[in-house]
Ligand binder design. Structure first.
Ligand code: AMP
Length: 371
């Protein structure tokens, strides 16, 4: 598919896409959109930053525009991802189509969400915990849902949401189109797809464990006590916005404070911060109000800030896959990016697992793009 015209979309969508300056579909969009427009289920995997959101958002909005009785539900693991999805949906829906939405995430007052639900929203985006809360309180009828998206499903399962997802899906009628996306496809996801989907079309863009080619990866092997000095040197030699990933919430705050003492504009984000604080930090980072975001894995998936130039793994992630997700915060939408990984002797096992995941066959030989 050369451009979006070939999809024969509703005129509202065509206008929105033009406003958003989306002219050529990304590979995942070119594969997924025609299949979804035909009403088929999709079991999809794609690298981060590939345009996955619009790959499901465009057919979803098309379905809502074409049939006023249809409603859609999108479930996503984190509030931040949910917010990004909601923003894209609003851009696609446009101002005048009259489609009401509700955004149901934890950490926000129920009252605000009740108000949205009273207006009979046709599109609901949220996290499974809060959506299920509303279903159990009978605030959220699901009998009109005809379109379901499960985004970053592996992460939702890792976060223990499978029970809530199950409870929610039970309330949805059988006449349902389901698009399930997951960065990795372990057995439990395939099982879930068997349970919820009807002969889904399997769509994969690249390997789900590929690192984007435009990321220049560097590793430094060092002792724990040298980490901060090396970080200082690396920050001084690099230009542009940086995300530094650390293991614990406490260390995120501590490192951000330390960087501020060293005259760097830095702030921290982690799961202990209140939702409005998290949003303020992301908004400020997005608008370049500060340069360095120190984070836990709460933002390792999906965060889409185009100007992130460097991702630094100050601590290695607990699960190897999160390495891919973390460094996927840079080099968004075709841009170039760089990553740095600080590895101590105590990290031996974790780094070994990451290397095995990245280079299953070549493992053991020196990789040419790791310098
Ligand atoms: P995603 O993988 O959904 O987070 O998208 C990554 C980035 O690509 C976002 O900044 C999108 O706005 C952008 N994007 C997605 N699809 C297109 C497209 N067809 N043309 C231009 N930019 C796009």
């Amino acid at each position: 598919m050369k451009n979006f015209d070939g999809f024969d979309l509703h005129c509202v969508l065509n206008r929105s896409l033009a406003r958003m300056k989306y002219t050529i579909p990304t590979p995942i969009q070119a594969k997924a959109i025609p299949v979804a427009l035909k009403g088929r289920d999709i079991l999809g995997s794609a690298q981060t930053g590939t345009g996955k959101t619009a790959a499901f958002a465009i057919p979803l909005v098309e379905a809502l525009l074409n049939d006023e009785r249809k409603c859609a539900l999108v479930m996503t693991p984190t509030r931040e991802l949910g917010k990004q999805i909601m923003e894209i949906m609003h851009k696609l829906i446009g101002r005048n189509s009259g489609i009401k939405t509700a955004f149901l995430i934890g950490g926000e007052p129920m009252s605000k969400q009740y108000a949205q639900l009273r207006h009979r929203p046709r599109l609901i985006v949220g996290t499974p915990g809060r959506i299920n809360d509303h279903v159990e309180r009978r605030n959220l009828p699901l009998d009109q849902i005809h379109f379901l998206v499960l985004d970053e499903t592996d992460r939702m399962l890792d976060m223990g949401f499978s029970i809530q997802i199950d409870k929610i899906v039970k309330h949805i009628p059988n006449d349902l189109q389901t698009l399930l996306f997951s960065a990795t496809m372990p057995k439990n996801i395939i099982k879930m797809a068997d349970k919820y989907q009807n002969n889904p079309k399997r769509i994969a863009i690249g390997s789900s464990i590929n690192v984007a080619e435009n990321i220049d990866q560097k590793i430094v092997k060092l002792n724990q006590e040298k980490k901060y000095d090396v970080l200082m040197k690396e920050l001084a030699s690099r230009q542009g916005s940086v995300i530094i990933f650390v293991k614990t919430k406490r260390n995120a705050d501590k490192l951000a404070r330390k960087l501020k003492c060293d005259d760097y504009h830095a702030d921290a984000i982690h799961g202990d911060l209140k939702q409005n604080r998290r949003e303020k930090v992301i908004k400020a980072y997005r608008s370049k109000a500060f340069r360095i975001l120190v984070a836990t894995d709460v933002i390792s998936r999906g965060l889409d800030v185009p100007h992130v130039a460097h991702v630094i793994n100050y601590d290695l992630p607990q699960v190897p896959e999160d390495y891919i997700h973390r460094i996927g915060r840079t080099a968004r939408a075709g841009a170039k990016g760089a990553s740095l990984c600080l590895i101590t002797p105590q990290d031996g096992r974790k780094w070994h697992a990451i290397e095995q995941m990245l280079y299953p066959r070549k493992h053991g030989t020196k990789q040419k793009f790791l310098r």
